[in-house]
Design a protein around this ligand. Structure first.
Ligand SMILES: NC(=O)c1ccc[n+]([C@@H]2O[C@H](COP(=O)([O-])OP(=O)(O)OC[C@H]3O[C@@H](n4cnc5c(N)ncnc54)[C@H](O)[C@@H]3O)[C@@H](O)[C@H]2O)c1
Length: 349
């Protein structure tokens, strides 16, 4: 396909989004559709929800991302893949690492084989700041040491290495996007965070504010502004928009150094919020107190993880638009439209 190499005018592409029935994947699908691209989804619905694909009106190929028959149905005619599908629960990965390497690394490699068989070279991959482990300095740049603390982080880093090798050997054009803490929901209120169990902070703070279990506050003695752990929260709509730009510009990332650290970009806001700051933002937006229980630190939880977002700005021209309050407001809207205690479980779901 011939493309106009002007960043404002791209021919529409056909993009396969793996994990497109999940939280982040469904937002990436929506952003690609809004930018005029065609989208198909592979998802095994292990943690995703059919209704999130249905709400985007895209074809869902239900199956494992490493399954060749499923790939042979979904890949024909595709110009690019956004590979979001994966297993992402850190404690589960510590207890039972096998499935993490099978899905996050091995099935990902099978996806690349399928792509090569169908002549698809462009791939944008959902990586994570968990590849860095405990940072030596903040903010964290892409060339910081990668010393993951969990099998989850190790499996994501392993796949970055696979991408690098396939890029060199077979001309695959990969880009790994290392997400920091993704939060918020789509402005329309029909897509949002819907995990079971929910381990992410913002939905759990919102639930606590609405009569759910009190919030477990792990660690109050970190060397941060208020003693609670600091993370870099990025709005899921900002994050999704970065994928659209990445897919459209993948062929043009000439200046990007494609040595290992060169194919990764951090996606964060470059500013952190502590747990108590998130709690206060929820209390402000909802007008409700957030009951909480003090708990000891969790082993392996760094005091602070904040992205240096300079490289994504330089390479993709990417800048975030939404602040923490916007994340809270949109997550609350999703929760209200889909049921307070069980976000997403609406009558239509
Ligand atoms: N949510 C975050 O803050 C965050 C941060 C860093 C990285 N990430 C990465 O982003 C990705 C998406 O995270 P999410 O929060 O949307 O999770 P999610 O569980 O909502 O989405 C993952 C999707 O992948 C699908 N899936 C899982 N294994 C599959 C398989 N073998 N074959 C086909 N489909 C499969 C699931 O059914 C689900 O729809 C993950 O890869 C995760 O590692 C997320």
């Amino acid at each position: 396909m011939t493309r106009v190499r002007n960043f404002d005018t791209f021919d529409a592409m056909r993009v396969l989004v793996t994990g497109g029935a999940g939280y982040i994947g469904s937002h990436v699908v929506r952003a690609l559709l809004e930018a005029g691209h065609a989208v198909v989804v592979i998802d095994d619905l292990s943690t995703g929800h059919r209704v999130l694909a249905e709400r985007n009106g895209v074809a869902l190929y239900e199956g494992d991302l490493g399954d060749r028959a499923t790939l042979d149905r979904a890949l024909p005619g595709c110009d690019a893949v956004v590979h979001v599908a994966g297993k992402a629960l850190v404690p589960e990965s510590v207890r039972d690492p096998g499935p993490y390497f099978r899905v996050n690394a091995e099935a990902g490699r099978a996806l690349l084989e399928g792509m090569l068989a169908h002549g698809v070279r462009r791939v944008v991959f959902s990586s994570t700041c968990a590849v860095y482990g405990v940072p030596e300095r903040l903010p964290i740049a892409e060339d910081a040491p990668t010393r993951p603390l969990s099998p989850y982080g190790a499996s994501k880093l392993a796949f970055e290495h696979v991408l690098d090798a396939y890029g060199r050997a077979f001309g695959v054009l990969p880009l790994a996007l290392r997400y920091f803490n993704v939060a918020g929901a789509h402005a329309k209120g029909d897509l949002g965070e819907w995990h079971d169990p929910e381990t992410h902070l913002l939905p759990n703070v919102l639930r606590a504010a609405h009569g759910g279990d009190p919030l477990d506050l792990f660690g109050g003695d970190y060397p941060t502004r208020d003693g609670t752990a600091e993370r870099d929260y990025i709005h899921v709509e900002d994050l999704a928009r970065a994928h659209v730009v990445a897919v459209e510009r993948l062929d043009d990332l000439g200046p990007l150094d494609r040595r290992h650290a060169g194919l990764a970009l951090n996606l964060g806001r470059g500013r952190g919020a502590t747990v108590l700051e998130v709690v206060r933002a929820v209390e402000d937006v909802t007008g409700r107190p957030v009951p909480r229980r003090e708990r000891p630190r969790r082993p392996g939880d760094p005091a602070a993880l904040v992205a240096d977002p300079a490289r994504a700005r330089e390479v993709l021209g990417f800048q975030t638009r939404h602040d923490l309050r916007a994340m809270v407001e949109s997550a609350l809207r999703f929760m209200e439209t889909s049921g307070r205690q069980h976000p997403g479980r609406s009558a239509s779901a």
